[in-house]
Design a protein around this ligand. Structure first.
Ligand code: SIN
Length: 287
């Protein structure tokens, strides 16, 4: 079993993990340690990895079945591996804005593994925010209200389609597809219980359009307040990438936001997501 060294990088979430080479065979006990660390810290960062796409995929498969993005294709020979690419001439970046992966599906991705191939010398960091801390930062009265609400969620492709814009044009260097005109929405509890830790989290992000039974306009003020509660500075960690850095995060607990602060520079990453289950809320006696 590898001797992992785990160093938290912020109070609310995030840790750097040293002592494992994912290009070499990784035993089950080490995978177990990584899983436990992911549940504890929400975001893990492993530096100086040297991975071919197949090796990254072999690692992620140890964590669970692979999830395929409905609107972005993978590598021609490995469809499980999505290339996130922003070139010197692109202006938009994939993954901007606070979100949790595939919240717009009935069964959103459980975890995401992102591996850095080419990054700007400065810029292109990814921010992560703790939805558990966001829930805990609400008053008892607001927690009780939030527990009774459900959200309606739509993909970015669907949002662009409704606005008369095109996802394939926006992310021109990626294998992005446009949404159909009948893009489905997914309804989830606003307060989601983490299926492994039992913690309640405030499950809200940029895919969230409105509360069930309310209009977008009626929903917007409370959605903005709740999102702001999650992304408070003290609930955040920031990952600065180097080529060979790999991050693994738990979409059931964290939001993330890829910064677009590197105009004229190139950034290329490989992303693989692990399939997840339908969000639910465990009943609590809230007094
Ligand atoms: C994503 O949302 O998966 C992209 C994150 C990133 O490129 O930093």
């Amino acid at each position: 079993m590898a001797q992992l060294v785990i160093e938290p990088i912020a109070s609310a979430l995030g840790a750097e993990v040293a002592g494992v080479d994912l290009a070499a065979p990784v035993d089950d006990a080490t995978i177990g340690q990584l899983r436990a660390a992911l549940l504890e810290h929400g975001v893990l960062v492993l530096r100086d990895q040297h991975l071919q796409p197949r090796q990254q995929l072999d690692f992620v498969r140890r964590l669970g079945p692979i999830h395929f993005h409905p609107h972005v294709g993978g590598l021609p020979d490995l469809p499980e591996v999505m290339e996130i690419l922003k070139t010197e001439t692109d202006t938009e970046n994939f993954g901007a804005g606070w979100h949790t992966d595939q919240m717009f599906l009935p069964e959103p991705a459980m975890a995401t593994c992102l591996y850095a191939l080419e990054v700007p010398r400065v810029g292109g960091d990814t921010l992560f925010a703790c939805m558990r801390a966001g829930y805990r930062a609400l008053s008892v009265g607001m927690q009780s209200l939030a527990r009774r609400l459900r959200t309606v969620n739509l993909s970015v492709a669907g949002q662009l389609q409704r606005a008369g814009a095109s996802q394939s044009a926006r992310y021109g260097s990626m294998r992005a597809r446009d949404a159909g005109t009948e893009e489905p929405e997914a309804v989830h509890p606003l307060v989601r219980t983490h299926p492994e830790t039992g913690d309640d989290v405030l499950y809200v992000g940029l895919h969230t359009m409105r509360f069930e039974g309310m209009t977008t306009e009626e929903s917007r003020p409370l959605l903005e307040l709740l999102t702001a509660r999650v992304v408070r500075p003290e609930h955040i960690c920031r990952v600065r990438w180097r080529p060979g850095s790999l991050a693994l995060w738990d979409n059931r607990r964290v939001l993330h936001n890829a910064l677009n602060d590197y105009p004229g520079k190139r950034r290329r990453m490989h992303r693989i997501t692990v399939a997840g289950d339908a969000p639910f809320q465990r009943e609590r006696d809230t007094g």
